[in-house]
Structures are given as structure tokens and as C-alpha cells.
Design a protein around this ligand. Structure first.
Ligand code: BGC
Length: 433
């Protein structure tokens, strides 16, 4: 455990939380994840996003709770399959639902950041080959135009695409996610098309906003890569893995110039296609034989992921140096079923931002409440708020209360350390909303 010292939060650091539509809304069945979950053995506990958190119905209660917790920012997703159930046919009533939800956030002084794509596709799009098919660009753009035109009076901030590298590698290289392909070439094609979709969407959103300010970027999954031991071969492998997993895609998405091996050209012109640097940071990868392991003797979370707060500083510094824009930590969080170390995780990561004076302007904790965690189903709780999926009862975890106090008091005080971090037994003692 790191030394526990009180600290003040930077005055200009906005704090909040993030979710994704498919992971919380429930009900929607016409998307790639619903189909995937219906196949035997794809989701560890057999759960389906059809249930999730029923947030589509319970959004008022959830926003109420966010407001009570003092959230200043909320990153929320739009479910493409609901908005455009058939190609080119948009459902205005769905859009109206999102507008109502966003208005409620605004009334509660919670600033929305809209994610346009977060891992899930409408089935009609999936059947066409989704982002492997180069015709995806005008199709995605059409959806983006519709959504942004309908939100431009309410929102200013957008994430075009969430974690293009995770989407491409899990779905097209490792085959663990829809559509279950195992081809490095397919993964590269997908990264290329996602880069172009992002650039096109960035330009389109700014076209729609004209002289009005909009903040557009993508949520980039970044890890720290290290060799498993001091072996120089592993060191070389770590460098190559880092470049293939995140270096090339970051450059392609940010500059519009496709980087080898994703591509060579700049089909939409070279430029600067981000207004903030969006970083989703969770963990470190120790590389041996091009496989990723947890580092020897490192603390890990319930999924075996290294807990390595210093990595946030390393990545923020590196990205800021390369891309020079305000940083928004668009996701950071951990899987901790018993809520034993989540408060400490939050403390350690936000302390990195404060102590090292990182140019981070927003921090979105992943996640607001336990959700449908992709292939882990309902069994990997990342929530500040616990969800009993059968009853849909929400309970704020002790770490959630800690985070809430941190936001409200803009500091971690000695008494907070005593109550939340030093207490021997920090397991599950939340409160009902
Ligand atoms: C994703 C989230 C996911 C989280 C935890 C991120 O990679 O954007 O959708 O729930 O990690 O696994």
C-alpha cells in the first residue's frame, strides 16, 4: 500500500463517471453483443446485455443517484442499434429518450460527454462486415450526423469511438468478441477503417458546430508495456507489442495519416483530429513471447490485472508530449467484487494526477454501477454502485462514498483516509440510495 497522505485535488480537475449503452441499458436485442451473448459459451456466466441494469427504464433513478454523489461529469453512450434499427431508418423516439436523459443530467449540473460508438453494432451493420468493410465510413458518418444534429443544442463534447484497438484485437485477432475472427490482417483492416471513421466523424461534428465550440476526440485504451524480465528479447517484444497495439492506431486516429502496418496514406488529409487526449487507463502488460502477463509481485485486481498507478503518469506525460492537448481520463477503474481496494485505487490514481501536476482536466471513473462486463457477463463488478441484477437494487459501495466525498470536498482529508483507506475491514459496507 502506498503511503497515505492527505491531498487537495487540482482546482480545474472535473470529476465524474462513465458508462456504455450496451453495458447498462438492457432491453435492446438487435445488436452484435446480444447475438454474441446468445451463443453458447461466449459469456463466462451466461449473462446477456438484454438484462444489464435496465437503465433504459431506470435512468431517472440513476441520474438522481449520480447527482447525490456529486458527479460533475458523465460519459454516456448512445446505442446505435436503437437509433438506426435498419440502415438509413432513424427512430426519432429513441433520440427523444436520449434528449430527455441528457436534459435531466443538465438540470442536475452534470456535464455530458457523448460516446457514439462503444464496441456494439446494429445487426444489419454487423452482417455487412461492420468496420472490416470499407463502405462502413459513409454509413457510420450518416449515423453520426443524425445523432449530432439532434444533440447539438444540448451537448458540446463527444467521443467518436471507444478503444479502437481493443475492439479490433478482441473481435478480429483473438476472436473472443463478435464477430469472432482470428486474423491479424482483418484486425489491421478494422483499425484502418476505424481511424478513417474517426477522422470523418471529427470533421463532420465540427462542420455541424461551425463556429460553436465542440470538443471531439476518441477514448484510447493505453497500457504500459514492460518486459516480463530484464531479458533484452522480451524488451524488444514489449516495444513491438506496444507499437502494434496502441502506437500505430493512436497516430492514425490523431493525425489522419495511417501508420504502418495499418496503412501508409492520409485519405482524408493529414491534420489534428482531436481536441482533447482521451485516455482509458487500467493496467500494465508484462510481455514474454509476445504474450501479456501480470508483472511478478505486482498487486492485481479480481481479473488479475496489474494495479499500477504510476502508469497513468507515464502515459499522460508521453501522450501530452506527443499530442499536446488537454487530457481527459475517459476511463479508469478496477474490478473489485468485495470492494476491498477500489477506494485505494481511486486514491492512488487521482493522487498521481495531483502530485505530478498532470495536464488532466477531467477524470471519468469506470464505472458508475456494476454492469454487463462483456465476456465476463455480470460477474466482474467495476461499479462505484453495486447492482443486484435480479432485483435491480442499487447500493453505493464504500468506495463510491469515498469518491463522492472526494468530489464534494475537492480533497482527501485525514479523516477520509481514516474512514475509507486505513480501516482494517473495508469490505462491502455500502448504503442504499
Ligand atoms: C471498456 C469498458 C469495459 C472496461 C472494463 C474498457 O476497456 O471501454 O467497456 O467495461 O474496460 O473492462
Amino acid at each position: 500500500m502506498s503511503r497515505l497522505i492527505p491531498f487537495r485535488l487540482p482546482k480545474d480537475l472535473g470529476l465524474g463517471c462513465a458508462t456504455a449503452a450496451t453495458q447498462i441499458e438492457g432491453g435492446s436485442t438487435d445488436n452484435s453483443w446480444y447475438e454474441w451473448a446468445a451463443k453458447k459459451g461466449k459469456i463466462k456466466d451466461g449473462a446477456s446485455p438484454k438484462r444489464a441494469n435496465q437503465h433504459w427504464q431506470l435512468y431517472e433513478q440513476d441520474i438522481q443517484l449520480m447527482a447525490q454523489m456529486g458527479m460533475e461529469h458523465y460519459r454516456l453512450g448512445i446505442e446505435w442499434s436503437r437509433i438506426e434499427p435498419a440502415q438509413g431508418k432513424f427512430d426519432d423516439s429513441v433520440m427523444e429518450h436520449y434528449r430527455t436523459e441528457i436534459k435531466l443530467l443538465l438540470r442536475n449540473n452534470i456535464h455530458p460527454l457523448i460516446t457514439l460508438h462503444h464496441f456494439s453494432n446494429p445487426m444489419w451493420f454487423e452482417r455487412m462486415g461492420a468496420f472490416e468493410n470499407s463502405s462502413c465510413i459513409p454509413i457510420f458518418l450518416n449515423y453520426v450526423t443524425y445523432v449530432v444534429e439532434h444533440l447539438k443544442d444540448l451537448c458540446t463534447d463527444f467521443v467518436t469511438i471507444n478503444e479502437p484497438n481493443v475492439y479490433a484485437t478482441n473481435g478480429y485477432m483473438y476472436g473472443d468478441w463478435p464477430p469472432g475472427k482470428k486474423s491479424l490482417f482483418a484486425a489491421m483492416r478494422v483499425m484502418k477503417n476505424l481511424s478513417l471513421c474517426h477522422v470523418a466523424a471529427y470533421r463532420e461534428i465540427h462542420r455541424i458546430y461551425g463556429s460553436k465550440k465542440a470538443m471531439v476526440g476518441f477514448a484510447n485504451h493505453l497500457r504500459v508495456f514492460v518486459p516480463y524480465t530484464k531479458n533484452p528479447i522480451y524488451a524488444a517484444e514489449a516495444k513491438i507489442s506496444e507499437y502494434l497495439f496502441q502506437g500505430a492506431i493512436t497516430k492514425s486516429m490523431s493525425t489522419g495519416k495511417l501508420a504502418f502496418p495499418i496503412g501508409f496514406s492520409a485519405p482524408f488529409g493529414k491534420g489534428k483530429y482531436y481536441d482533447y487526449i482521451g485516455i482509458n487507463y487500467y493496467t500494465r502488460s508484462a510481455i514474454k513471447h509476445f504474450n501479456s502477463y501480470s508483472s511478478p509481485n505486482c498487486k492485481t485486481n479480481d481479473l488479475g490485472w496489474d494495479i499500477y498507478p504510476e502508469g497513468l503518469t507515464m502515459l499522460c506525460r508521453e501522450q501530452y508530449k506527443k499530442y499536446n492537448a488537454p487530457i481527459w481520463v475517459t476511463e479508469n477503474g478496477t474490478c473489485d467484487k468485495a470492494d476491498r481496494f477500489r477506494a485505494q485505487y481511486i486514491y492512488d490514481h487521482i493522487k498521481q494526477i495531483a502530485d505530478n501536476k498532470l495536464p488532466v482536466k477531467r477524470y471519468y471513473h469506470w464505472t458508475f454501477l456494476d454492469n454487463f462486463e462483456w465476456t465476463e457477463g455480470e460477474s466482474a463488478p467495476f461499479g462505484l454502485v453495486k447492482c443486484d441484477f435480479a432485483t435491480q437494487k442499487r447500493t453505493v459501495r464504500k468506495s463510491g462514498i469515498f469518491y463522492s466525498e472526494m468530489i464534494k470536498r475537492k480533497q482527501v482529508s485525514e479523516d477520509m483516509i481514516a474512514r475509507f483507506l486505513r480501516a482494517e475491514d473495508t469490505t462491502e459496507k455500502g448504503t442504499a440510495p
